[in-house]
Design a protein around this ligand. Structure first.
Ligand code: ATP
Ligand code: MG
Length: 385
């Protein structure tokens, strides 16, 4: 009797320390939740998790879902049989191709198995050659590497390939971060990158309704849902910047518009982060991409945050960011043509090198400064995803 299983591999490094159980329990839970609704059984062994008893027609769905679980590094579809050498050999013969070269690589986590890894390699190699004499053995650059894993629980797994998955750390092991989620290409990728390192994501979107449309807000909702495939129970909050932008527009110099708006955004985000148990802000800035992302501009906006601001894309080119956006499935939504609140009251010549001193001079013109921030925070809208 043999059947198909899916082997799940997770990173070894971070699982070695004292926190091994903590990380593993969260990873197991995330896998369980991700596969909920699919008819299959999950087994959590030492160093390996295995999906068993699933319907073959669900195989690609199981793998697609596992690829969205951070901490899963690779998966293999394997054939399973018992310890009997004839059974193992029959499967080995079946799995090797009919032409070319091969190698058997056995791994024995069940140390009491009567044969050691080298003996298994040798015996299986011989049995394969008996059945398929046209094949050759090549230990260095074979066309097919047949892996054989002898596990403690009576199972033997055979497979010839593995698929890379997202890698990273289990979601929920890296603290909470507040992602500034625009409707653009960059910010969903920024959220993905820190979620991949285990950070739980809450998202904050600014709009300037009615200057920006309802559709622009819907786009942020769609992006949050896409991120939700990787970030279980992601939350989305929406904040209106309309009154703040109108006030700046009336009272400050036009070329300070973007810098001032961004400082308001960071101030609001800073408070919202604390109110929502987030230890940092995450944004999608990349050095030099636009005027508001020069070192000087970033220094001036950073100055109003007292939680750390993480910018996982700071050293990336746009095409590198787009590649990830395509991989995670956010790109097509991001390029839908809806305006962002940053484009409202856009000056002809935005400042490229603002200074804190000059920006504060402009901010001093806004008397009801704190009230504007308080009002924005009080009116945060929590969106049901
Ligand atoms: P993106 O593609 O993510 O929109 P961008 O290149 O358009 O980025 P900016 O508009 O300067 O760059 O925004 C830089 C970062 O500021 C964004 O990545 C995002 O984190 C944040 N941001 C911009 N607009 C908004 C918004 N409307 N709501 C929330 N965050 C925003
Ligand atoms: Mg943008």
């Amino acid at each position: 009797m043999s059947d198909n299983v899916i082997l799940i591999r997770f990173g070894e490094l971070y699982l070695k320390g004292k926190n091994k159980d903590y990380f593993e329990n969260i990873l197991k839970d995330n896998i369980r939740k991700k596969l909920a609704g699919l008819d299959c059984k999950l087994y959590f062994g030492r160093g390996r998790y295995v999906v068993k008893d699933y319907d073959r027609s669900d195989e690609s769905a199981v793998i697609a879902r596992l690829k969205q679980v951070f901490g899963v590094h690779s998966v293999s579809v394997a054939r399973r049989c018992g310890y009997d050498m004839d059974e193992i050999a029959a499967l080995a013969v079946e799995l090797t191709p009919d032409i070319g070269s091969f190698r058997v690589t056995a791994h024995r986590s069940y140390k009491k198995y009567p044969l050691d890894s080298l003996q298994i390699n040798k015996q299986l190699g011989e049995r394969i050659l008996q059945a398929k004499p046209q094949l050759t053995v090549d230990l260095h650059r074979p066309d097919c590497v047949l892996h054989v894993e002898v596990r403690e629980d009576g199972d033997v797994y055979l497979y010839d390939s593995s698929e890379r998955c997202a890698g990273g750390m289990p979601y929920g092991t890296g603290g909470n971060g507040l992602l500034l989620l625009s409707g653009g290409i960059d910010s969903p990728v920024a959220g993905y990158m820190l979620a991949k390192r285990g950070m739980s994501i809450k998202a904050l979107h600014f709009h300037s309704y009615p200057y920006t449309s309802q559709a622009a807000k819907e786009k942020a909702v769609k992006l949050a849902r896409i991120l939700g495939e990787y970030c279980p129970s992601i939350k989305l909050m929406c904040v209106s910047l309309t009154e703040i932008q109108e006030t700046i527009h009336k009272q400050c110099k036009p070329n300070y518009m973007i810098t001032l708006v961004r400082r308001f955004m960071i101030r609001i985000a800073n408070e919202a982060a604390k109110q929502n148990d987030c230890g940092c802000i995450i944004n999608g800035e990349s050095l030099g991409q636009v005027a508001s992302q020069t070192l000087e501009s970033i220094t001036v906006t950073n100055a109003v945050a007292d939680v750390p601001v993480f910018r996982p894309l700071i050293g990336m080119d746009k095409d590198e960011i787009i590649e990830i956006a395509q991989k995670i499935g956010s790109f097509e939504t991001s390029i839908e043509p809806f305006e962002d609140c940053c484009t409202v009251f856009l000056p002809e010549f935005p400042l490229i090198k603002p200074t804190v001193e000059k920006v504060e001079e402009q901010e001093a013109r806004i008397e009801n400064y704190n009230e504007l921030i308080q009002k924005a925070l009080e009116n945060i809208e929590y969106i049901d995803l």
